[in-house]
Design a protein around this ligand. Structure first.
Ligand SMILES: NC(=O)c1ccc[n+]([C@@H]2O[C@H](COP(=O)([O-])OP(=O)(O)OC[C@H]3O[C@@H](n4cnc5c(N)ncnc54)[C@H](O)[C@@H]3O)[C@@H](O)[C@H]2O)c1
Length: 445
């Protein structure tokens, strides 16, 4: 079996992609510059929380379908296709930092020059529309002395996996987006993905720029959708006899919208939606296009964590000197990622208003502690976190929290007041169990 694919950058996207490819017996070499991360991965441990990935990593390392290194040149030399999955973090002006992509491309180009055989470079990192045809192509051509299309293929294959379900999403995408420089590249990539999926998912064959724009259109549309539904949920909470869940059912049925992104909550976070929306706003401004709709989505999102804290404050009259238990610190369930987590905004707002905060998260506690330091007390389990608390805020939808019963809150807390920012409990049960229960999007009886 010849090595086929190299993946540059073994973060959430790169490692999930590389290991999933290897698990389908496509020999894959991962490249990671961070030595500590690399040695963790080499020892069979996934350096972040992602269900099912550890087992697949160990399996693919054992059977030799996956290997990892810090040597890009070797990885490119021994493969035919290189997927670039390095980070593209936000800059202070909202635009994205392309230094990691530029550096990775420069190294890949030098390796291609030495290899002197046809190679395909696939951009999986999220880059603003136009980046591949302008900056990346130029970088690859100038460093390698080769010409795109004639000497190497270039493609954009944006990633849509969601942390927490990365393995499932990698095997079951809604669509495969292939933005290729030429027909030969497209046909090679289709063969690769055919081998990977068995049967190709719905495939959109397009230009590199359109592929980049599709990625941003999806994420910014989701950002708008989430801010829209949070606004509706806030209104439903203030109306008599209203339940936003039923409104969503009607809305999703009639408009055929994806209801995964019609979930009211404390605001969206993570490494993608806020960053991609900011990047699109900055990019649109650069191109002289008005980004009003996206700016509103972000503004609403910034306010949403305050809506949750306001609910707690109005129930307790004041937050000063009160102990608030925050369940969940990651930006959503099933991940340890705290990047732009709304839970952290909730914690900061609580502290600002004079509350003492105890917090618990099944996976993200340590990551959050690194950011929040000693300003909060971190608990080892949910019940410990609730001890003597005046109010509990459900900030992340971890399954283990949904197993808690009203009696648990009533027996452990000082005041059994619950603000459910993720709508994980049944109001029928929690309305009766000796607790004061409020959930976003449901009217107060
Ligand atoms: N995390 C997600 O859910 C998600 C989903 C879809 C798309 N994306 C996009 O995918 C890209 C990667 O995201 P991520 O969350 O995996 O990032 P990450 O920061 O978790 O991982 C990036 C990795 O690349 C490594 N790296 C940087 N430069 C390198 C180089 N020259 N050679 C080798 N390794 C290098 C870093 O050390 C890091 O481990 C971003 O553009 C992001 O916007 C992320």
């Amino acid at each position: 079996m010849n090595s086929k694919v190299s993946v540059i950058g073994l973060g959430y996207v790169g490692l999930s992609t590389a290991v999933c490819f290897a698990s389908r017996r496509i020999k894959t070499i991962g490249v990671e510059v961070n030595k500590e991360k690399l040695s963790t991965i080499r020892s069979g441990i996934v350096p972040f929380h992602e269900r099912g990935l550890d087992e697949m990593l160990r399996q693919t390392l054992d059977d030799g379908t996956f290997d990892c290194t810090d040597d890009i040149s070797k990885a490119v030399r021994n493969t035919e296709i290189t997927i670039i999955a390095v980070g593209t973090p936000s800059r202070p002006d909202g635009g994205i930092e392309l230094d990691f992509v530029r550096e990775a491309c420069a190294q890949v180009a030098l390796a291609m020059k030495a290899k002197r055989r046809n190679h395909i470079v696939v951009i999986k990192s999220t880059v603003v529309p136009g980046t591949t045809e302008e900056m990346i192509k130029r970088e690859l051509e100038s460093r390698s002395g080769m010409k795109a299309v004639r000497d190497f293929g270039l493609a954009v294959n944006p990633e849509f996996l969601r942390e927490g379900t990365a393995v499932y999403d990698t095997f079951h995408p809604d669509a495969l987006i292939l933005g290729c420089s030429d027909g030969r590249t497209l046909s090679t990539l289709k063969k690769l993905f055919q081998k990977f999926y068995g049967k190709l998912p719905v495939t959109i064959e397009t230009t590199p720029t359109n592929a980049e724009l599709i990625k941003y259109s999806v994420n910014t549309f989701r950002a708008v959708q989430l801010s829209f539904i949070n606004t509706l949920a806030n209104l439903a909470s203030a109306l008599p006899n209203s339940e936003v869940g039923e409104v969503i059912r009607g809305l999703a049925t009639i408009t055929k919208l994806d209801n995964r992104y019609l979930r009211p909550g404390p605001g969206f976070g993570g490494s993608c939606l806020p960053k991609d929306t900011r990047a699109m706003i900055a990019h649109m401004r650069n191109k002289g296009v008005d980004p009003d709709i996206l700016e509103s989505a972000l503004k609403i999102n910034m306010k949403q964590s305050k809506v949750i804290v306001n609910t707690a404050e109005s129930l307790l009259k004041t937050l000063k000197g009160r102990k608030i238990a925050v369940l969940g610190l990651s930006f959503k369930g099933n991940t340890d990622d705290i990047r732009e987590s709304p839970s952290l905004n909730i914690v900061r707002e609580l502290l600002l208003r004079g509350a003492a905060v105890s917090a618990y998260d099944p996976a993200a506690g340590e990551n959050a502690k690194n950011i929040l330091g000693d300003s909060i007390s971190l608990s080892n389990d949910a019940k410990d976190c609730l001890h003597e608390a005046d109010c509990c805020i459900i900030a992340t939808e971890w399954t283990e929290f949904s197993k808690l019963k009203p009696e648990d809150f009533a027996s452990i807390m000082k005041e059994p007041v619950i603000v459910d920012a993720r709508r994980i409990f049944d109001p029928e049960k929690f309305g009766k169990g000796g607790v004061i229960y409020r959930r976003i999007g449901t009217s107060i009886e």
